[in-house]
Design a binder for this molecule. Sequence first.
Ligand SMILES: Cc1cc2nc3c(=O)[nH]c(=O)nc-3n(C[C@H](O)[C@H](O)[C@H](O)COP(=O)(O)OP(=O)(O)OC[C@H]3O[C@@H](n4cnc5c(N)ncnc54)[C@H](O)[C@@H]3O)c2cc1C
Length: 546
Amino acid sequence: MDEAIPRRRKVWGWGYQGEGPTPAERDAVAAMVAARFGVREVSFEAPPPVEALDLRPPRVHPPEALAHLCSDGPYERAVHAYGKSYRDLVRSLRGDYPHPPDVVAYPRTEDDLVALFDWCAEAGAAAIPFGGGTSVVGGVEPDVGDRFAGAVTIDLTRMAGVVEVDEVSRAARIRGGTLGPDIEDALRPFGLTLRHYPQSFEYSTLGGWIATRSAGHHATLATHIEDRVESLRAVAPAGVVETGRFPASGAGPDPNRLFAGSEGTLGVITEAWVRVEPRPRWRSSAAVRFDGLRQAAHGARALAQSGLHPSNCRVLDPNEALVSGAGDGSAALLLVGFESADHPLEPWLARSLEIARDSGGLVDEGSVRHRSEENGSRGGPVGTWRSTFLRAPYLRDVLVSMGMITETFETAVTWDRWERLHSAVLAAVAETLSAVGASPVVVSCRFTHVYPDGPAPYYTVIAPGRRGDEVAQWDAVKAAASDAIVTNGGTITHHHGVGREHRPWYGSGYTAGIALLGPPAEIGSGAPGWHAGNLDPPRRPRGTNG
Ligand SMILES: Cc1cc2nc3c(=O)[nH]c(=O)nc-3n(C[C@H](O)[C@H](O)[C@H](O)COP(=O)(O)OP(=O)(O)OC[C@H]3O[C@@H](n4cnc5c(N)ncnc54)[C@H](O)[C@@H]3O)c2cc1C
């Protein structure tokens, strides 16, 4: 490598080196674990230092002409060995690195990329695109088996930057490796925003968002990043692909949508024109209490079908409300919010609250906020929920270091089937955790997004794990929950992507539409040197008829 990395990501845990939970946050998590799970003997396990890791020697080496772009140092290999799922965190905490990349490359240009791919093809090495590495589905893990002579992780964060802003059409040309905060910093002077805020915003990239069909800030309408992609450019095995900039087009299958969700199997997305919007000046929000999740879902459905399209329409079950601090655990909450760069929003919020009341909700009058650019601050349950949401990944690290199982999974399902799915998921998780000896358990549910035809339920599971067995314990729960999801009409993922972890449930059961294109193992496997970490032969999901 010819240059030092400006800020170094932690090998283990969320964020950059030097960042992390405060002592007060750690104490609060320990107190919560003692109160809810009866775990009083708390010890915090620390990951081994990088120099103590026993990484296998690199199996492939770059040619001299590419050496300045590459590193095979232990830090680089370890920090690119995993994404950020619970299983990744536990394995990395234990210093368990059976499949580190042999080499990590940092291309700066498309020419660099092409040269790297040519070398990978010649060397018989798998090339794995790596954006921010926040995949929670094993999408960046270089577990490529014996078919390849080695694995080269292609870190794209040096192919970054906002290149061009079209203020007239409200679109921006942004390089694939650009991190969320850098996108917003560059758009701010124009008064514009992409307003795509996944919870992983700080450490994930535009290319990664598109490659995984990430879902962000907006709870209705343009929920996924592909709704914002006007055109894109990618380096594919057949050459450079560039799609035309159109507000819309009816010409054949949409090539942008083909790359959206391709998870690196079709090529590397090097840049995209994305639709941006003026920064909001007015915001109105409120919280509504309901007896339980089902009642709150009723209110959310009425809102989702009202045509009002709130930018926030999140449902928290009582557990989720309690854990996030937005409520006291005695009621479910519906958080409603509107934003506009053009007009105040009192009438929209007022009509939403009428709908919520008609659905049996009790409006928390103290939570109603109308803010303009000039005045007002976030606060109340809506503000509390937001700040917990942003700190949650750091707090998850604390839980993992204490030996707690803590993971999330998500889906989307039509309204007519969601209650059945929800009951089946809760039963599957509780039964499996009890069978593997992990109890008591807290399972909470929120709706991250709502559509006129159905919600996107998102589950968080926390339970005491058995140190050393947590991954096996979690794998059993994840398999049972995934079976329950697909057999009850849900998609295996609303926005986390497929990666390795969802492969068994992808393309089968109710998510079978993609099977028309052939099994996913065949997608993108035409050229040597191309691998996205998820090209294993598909397995038939257990418990499905698909
Ligand atoms: C705490 C936490 C919260 C999260 N919250 C959300 C959320 O709110 N919404 C959401 O949608 N997701 C969320 N995720 C999941 C994850 O952040 C998203 O999948 C994100 O889009 C991944 O972006 P990345 O840049 O980190 O990609 P990576 O993890 O680096 O890569 C993901 C996949 O895309 C491929 N890839 C990456 N860049 C490119 C490229 N330029 N061209 C082609 N292929 C590429 C990789 O090979 C891999 O298969 C969360 C994850 C964590 C850990």
